[in-house]
Design a protein around this ligand. Structure first.
Ligand code: PMP
Length: 375
C-alpha cells in the first residue's frame, strides 16, 4: 500500500512542476529508467482475498499487466533475446527476429526489438484481438495473420509458419517460445523469486493457466525448490484446450483434439516442450463464461482491467480457496496467482457488451460450454 502512495506523490510532484516553473522541484522522481526494458518485472501484488469467503485464505495476484507492453510476456521476450545475444546467435542490424504468438509475446518481442535495433516479423492467428495486432505493428515491424482453428501439424498453422520462414532465410532467428527453455527460465529467475520475497515465503499455492506453460513451469519449479516442495501448483485450463484432457484423462499426445474457445493466450491444441506437467499438482477446467464474468467482477469491484486469462486464473484461485476453507479451516493459506495481461487489449471483446451478448457471456444467458459439457 505504501508503495502505491509513494508513486502517487511522485506523479503529483511531476504534474506540479510541469504546470508552474516557479514551484521548486523538492523531490525528484525515484529513478529514471534508461529504457523500457529496465522496468520489466517487479510487479506489485494485488490483494483479492475479499473475492472469497474463506477467512483463512489470502488470494494475491501479480499485476503483470503493468509491464511496459501490458503483459507478463515482456519478461520472456527480454530474457530470450538477451540469452540469444549472449550466445552469439543474433546481431542487431543483421538478424530478423521471428515469433509465432497468440499476441502478447509478439507485442513484447516487438518492444524488445525496437529497443535493441532488430527487425522483426510476428505471426499470429485470426483469434488475436485487433488491439494486440495494432500493438505488434506499432513498434515498426511486420505482422502476419494466419488462419485460426487449423490442426497443430498443419503447415499454415501460425506456430509452423515461424519455422518455415526461418528455414528459408538464414538471417532469420525464430524465438520458438513453445520449445525454448529460456522461456520457463525467465520465470524461474524473476517471477518465482519475486513471489517468494513479496510473500516472505508464506505462499502455499501458485495458480496459473498456460499456453507455452513457461509461467507455470518456471515459477512452479522455483517455488517448489525454495519451499522444499511445500508449494502446491494448480493449473486452470480453458474448456476446449487439450492440456486438461492430457493431464487428467491421460489422452496420448497424438490423439488430443482441441475445440474452439474465446479466452486468448491460455490453453493449447498440443503439448508444448516448455510445459513440464510434473510441476503441476492439480488442474481445473474453466469455461469462457466463468473466465469472462470474473474479468467483469475484477474490473467493476477491484478496479483491475485485465484480460481473459486473468479471469480464468482468479476463478480457479477462488475455487481453490473455497476448497481449502472447507477442508482445513484452522490453517492459514496464501494463494498467489497472476493477472497476465491488460483488459485494454480486449476492449472490443470482453468489455464490449455486444460481443458478450453474441457469445452468451451475459449473466442471464446459459453457458454454451455447459451445454457442450452436458451432452
Ligand atoms: N495469459 C495470456 C494473456 C498470455 O498471452 C499467455 C501467453 N500466451 C499466458 C497467459 C500463458 O503464459 P505461458 O505461455 O507462460 O503459459
Amino acid at each position: 500500500n505504501s508503495k502505491i502512495n509513494t508513486n502517487d506523490t511522485t506523479a503529483e510532484n511531476t504534474q506540479t512542476t510541469l504546470e508552474s516553473e516557479s514551484v521548486p522541484q523538492t523531490s525528484p522522481p525515484p529513478f529514471a529508467a534508461g529504457n523500457t526494458g529496465a522496468v520489466v518485472g517487479n510487479t506489485p501484488l494485488l490483494d483479492l482475498s475479499r473475492l472469497s469467503k474463506a477467512e483463512n485464505v489470502k488470494i494475491l495476484a501479480k499485476m503483470e499487466f503493468l509491464n511496459p507492453t501490458g503483459s507478463i510476456k515482456d519478461r520472456i521476450a527480454l530474457h530470450m533475446i538477451s540469452r540469444a545475444e549472449s550466445e552469439g546467435k543474433i546481431k542487431p542490424g543483421v538478424t530478423t527476429i521471428v515469433a509465432s504468438t497468440s499476441g502478447n509475446t509478439g507485442c513484447s518481442v516487438a518492444m524488445v526489438c525496437a529497443l535493441k535495433g532488430y527487425d522483426y516479423i510476428v505471426i499470429t492467428s485470426k483469434k488475436c484481438s485487433e488491439e494486440k495486432r495494432g500493438s505488434m505493428r506499432a513498434f515498426g515491424g511486420q505482422v502476419i495473420i494466419a488462419d485460426d482453428g487449423l490442426a497443430a501439424d498443419h503447415p499454415e498453422h501460425y506456430v509452423n509458419l515461424e519455422s518455415t520462414l526461418c528455414e528459408q532465410n538464414e538471417n532469420y532467428f525464430g524465438i520458438d517460445q513453445y520449445e525454448n527453455q529460456h522461456n520457463p527460465e525467465a520465470y524461474y529467475t524473476s517471477l518465482g523469486p519475486e513471489i517468494w520475497q513479496q510473500t516472505r515465503g508464506r505462499v502455499t499455492h501458485f495458480v496459473a493457466g498456460g499456453s507455452t506453460g513457461g509461467t507455470v513451469t518456471g515459477t512452479g519449479a522455483y517455488l517448489k525448490h525454495v519451499s522444499d516442495n511445500q508449494v502446491q501448483v494448480l493449473m486452470p485450463d480453458p474448456v476446449g484446450s487439450v492440456i486438461f484432457e492430457h493431464w487428467a484423462k491421460h489422452v496420448p499426445e497424438n490423439e488430443l483434439q482441441a475445440s474452439g474457445y474465446k479466452v486468448e493466450g491460455v490453453g493449447k491444441d498440443s503439448i508444448p516442450g516448455t510445459l513440464d506437467l510434473s510441476f503441476v499438482d492439480a488442474m481445473i477446467s474453466v469455461t469462457d463464461k466463468q473466465s469472462i464474468q470474473m474479468c467483469q467482477t475484477l474490473s467493476s469491484t477491484a478496479g483491475a482491467l485485465v484480460g481473459g486469462s486473468s479471469g480464468l486464473n482468479v476463478y480457479a484461485a477462488v475455487e481453490l480457496s473455497k476448497e481449502l476453507g472447507r477442508q482445513n479451516p484452522s490453517r492459514e493459506f496464501t494463494i498467489v496467482t497472476v493477472l497476465p495481461d491488460s483488459g485494454l487489449k480486449y476492449l472490443s471483446k470482453i468489455y464490449n457488451q455486444t460481443w458478450c451478448e453474441e457469445n452468451g457471456f451475459m449473466d442471464d444467458e446459459c453457458d454454451p460450454q455447459d451445454e457442450v459439457n452436458r451432452s
